[in-house]
Design a protein around this ligand. Structure first.
Ligand code: AMP
Ligand code: MG
Length: 392
């Protein structure tokens, strides 16, 4: 049995970044950049007005100003603003020569036709200077960035319409267990519906990968072997759930080995998820996740997800926060490092909530984060600061 930190190291050390492809900008959301993006232009590309108003000389602010032209966004000024002159200018339009500030239209009045006056006490320049945001040639986005809507805007601005991104990891998902039926069926006596398959599929989608579901493998060598072979042939990563504990029908590790997967660990000193198994073959990475749904969920979240992102060239590091406990926490015997789902109250306190253990299927619906109790942890008084690992 190894520590969770060691398990994480092993998994991350194995991850080799996948190849890359170009995608249309409109398809780039949540993809991961495989190249640094440089700007082909300055931004702004010219000194531009930040306001609708009048471009003039600051020295003339207390004078009446003759309006010499109207400058619309998308047109270039044709005149130089001289003494006691101004140009009416729209937001985003090019600043005319001679002007050193723009007064907001709201702080002006028309004295008579074609003549305006500044009515404010003082004004900012209201000018966005050429290249103050981006210089031509600057790296505006770095390789490894996960593309979010603001990144799409930057890509558009610099004309990168086909960004190069890492290929999505293909993830094959197999449920195992003789007691399982598909969610569309009514379980017979002694059966349950598979929830892990759907949960893992959803988690894999959420982690920006391409999941494929291979159905329920029965607890027989033949059934497991068939499903694993199919999944191995078509994926970068295979996730199995169940069949990795110490029961008579927990055949998954043996079938992994039989298929050329070298097992690098088969248990982690933590709760939940002790029997979590990981192995590699020349072509796939394979996780044997525990059957209990909370274990599967948590192991995917803390172990598999950062790994999948590493395959796709992204350093996934959720921001932890230190928050006070909303109530006293008195854990039962903590003989293994324990990860607990918690809720974060609207005022930012941590509430452990009802949690009956790793089979408690609905315990995670309310959870906003996870906290870790070290071995031997005793009582935590209300208000104690705990480190919370967020769940989206
Ligand atoms: P196992 O590790 O196969 O012994 O499974 C541990 C527990 O998780 C058992 O109670 C299983 O019925 C349950 N379980 C296994 N696979 C799933 C699944 N796909 N969905 C929901 N529960 C499961
Ligand atoms: Mg089983």
């Amino acid at each position: 049995m190894i520590s969770f930190v060691r398990a994480q190291e092993i998994v991350m050390e194995c991850a080799r970044v996948l190849d890359s492809e170009e995608v249309a900008l409109s398809e780039s959301l949540h993809r991961i950049l495989a190249e640094d993006i440089r700007s082909d232009i300055d931004m702004p590309p010219f000194d531009k007005s930040a306001m609708d108003g009048y471009a003039c000389r600051r020295a003339d602010l207390d004078r009446e100003l003759a309006v010499i032209e109207i400058i619309q966004a998308g047109t270039s000024p044709t005149k130089t603003v001289g003494e006691r002159q101004c140009a009416k200018i729209m937001t985003g339009a090019m600043l005319p020569e001679g002007a050193d500030c723009v007064v907001m239209i709201e702080y002006t009045e028309e004295v008579r036709e074609g003549v305006v006056r500044f009515t404010g006490a003082s004004t900012r320049d209201n000018i966005c200077r050429r290249s103050e945001d981006i210089r031509e040639g600057d790296v505006v986005l770095e390789r490894g960035e996960r593309i979010a809507p603001p990144h799409v805007a930057v890509l558009a601005t610099v004309g990168c319409v086909r960004p190069r991104v890492y290929r999505k990891a293909r993830v094959g998902i197999i449920a195992t267990g003789d007691e399982l039926v598909e969610p569309g069926e009514r379980p017979g006596p002694s059966q349950i519906r598979t929830s892990n398959s759907c949960q893992l599929y959803a988690q894999a989608l959420d982690a920006d990968t391409l999941p494929t579901y291979y159905g329920i493998a029965r607890d027989t060598a033949a059934s497991l072997d068939g499903a694993l072979k199919r999944a191995m042939a078509e994926n970068d990563v295979v996730l199995l759930s169940g069949g990795v504990s110490k029961g008579d029908f927990d055949l998954v590790p043996g079938i992994m080995t039989q298929n050329g997967i070298e097992i690098l660990f088969d248990s982690i000193a933590m709760k939940p998820g002790k029997p979590t198994t990981f192995g590699v073959s020349p072509t796939v990475y394979c996780f044997g996740l525990p059957g209990n749904p909370v274990s599967t969920f948590i192991q995917f979240e803390i172990l598999v997800k950062p790994f999948l992102y590493k395959l796709m060239g992204h350093d996934f590091r959720p921001t932890h926060s230190m928050l006070p406990l909303a109530s006293r926490l008195e854990p039962k015997r903590v003989d293994r490092e324990t990860w607990l789902p918690v809720r974060i109250t609207p005022d930012g306190r941590v509430e452990p909530g009802a949690y009956h253990g790793s089979a408690h299927i609905n315990a995670l619906c309310e959870a906003d984060g996870l906290i870790v109790l070290p071995v031997g942890a005793g009582v935590f008084e209300e208000g104690t600061l705990v480190r919370v690992r967020p769940l989206q």
